[in-house]
Ligand binder design. Structure first.
Ligand code: ATP
Length: 239
């Protein structure tokens, strides 16, 4: 497939290193409950990684830490020289807008807005501004994702179409790191395979690091490395 114009001038992703990362939560003033324990994790630049494991194991918690959404209770998270866990919330938000394309588990679309406006949504919060170039890029991404008329409202889209919008939005600013939470969940097999291919192609064309939370065996088989999490513990790695 044809790369989207403008994607040739991207930055390379930095490698990711986690050490002694723990997340503890407190509910109703009770004792802290450990929901994630990652003694060590290294994700090289441009790697394509699956995070898998049972429901409630801590996969989304880990993915959000990699995106700088929340901070660990303990430990170190570094992207290259950047100490992500040491940044303030606003600095992490800025960093995420510049470096990360994130596909949330439940899409995070605004139903009243069009496909196009949903794809352009990240510009509302960042410094980049909604330029003609970004609008053209959003239309190109929408076509690339196989979406219908970009002026249709998100409210009328199927789940597969919503997922395509979420993926186009994640690619808008040509991120060096792509993170996706269950991108093929609750889609039929054919749609899941198509969206998996779009995601893998997008990562490959950019040389982006790709981390995917998934239970989908077919998608897992197409990624380079599989990390399994159970009850908050990062257990095994399959190259
Ligand atoms: N802020 C929080 N407060 C209380 N519990 C939390 C919090 N964040 C995560 N948890 C708990 O941590 C555990 C891991 O949640 P997480 O969403 O990371 O699991 P998951 O592996 O992504 O699950 P699923 O596959 O069902 O999406 C769950 O038991 C969840 O309830």
């Amino acid at each position: 497939m044809r790369p989207i114009a403008g994607s040739e001038c991207r930055k390379a992703a930095a490698p990711l290193v986690l050490r002694d990362v723990r997340v503890e939560v407190r509910q109703d003033g009770g004792a802290p409950l450990r929901v994630l324990d990652v003694p060590a994790l290294h994700i090289p630049s441009g790697a394509r990684i699956a995070l898998t494991g049972p429901s409630g194991a801590g996969k989304t918690t880990l993915l959000h830490l990699l995106a700088g959404i929340g901070r660990p209770s303990h430990g170190m998270i570094r992207w290259g020289n950047l100490d992500l866990a040491g940044l303030t919330e606003s600095a992490r938000d800025r960093w995420r807008r510049q470096e990360i394309g994130l596909v949330f588990q439940d899409f995070h679309l605004i139903p009243e807005l069009s496909i196009l406006d949903n794809i352009l949504l990240p510009l509302t919060f960042g410094a980049a501004g909604r330029t003609r170039e970004f609008a053209q890029r959003a239309i190109a991404l929408s076509e690339r994702m196989g979406l219908p008329n970009p002026h249709r409202r998100a409210a009328v889209l199927s789940r597969g179409e919503q997922q395509r919008v979420a993926m186009a939005r994640a690619l808008l600013q040509d991120p060096a790191i792509l993170l996706a939470d269950e991108p093929t969940a609750s889609l039929d097999a054919a749609t899941g395979e198509t969206l998996g291919t779009l995601l893998l192609d997008a990562a490959r064309e950019r040389g982006a690091t790709l981390v995917v939370v998934t239970h989908d065996p077919h998608l897992i088989s197409r990624l380079d490395t599989v990390h399994r999490i159970e009850s908050g513990h990062l257990l095994e790695t399959r190259p």
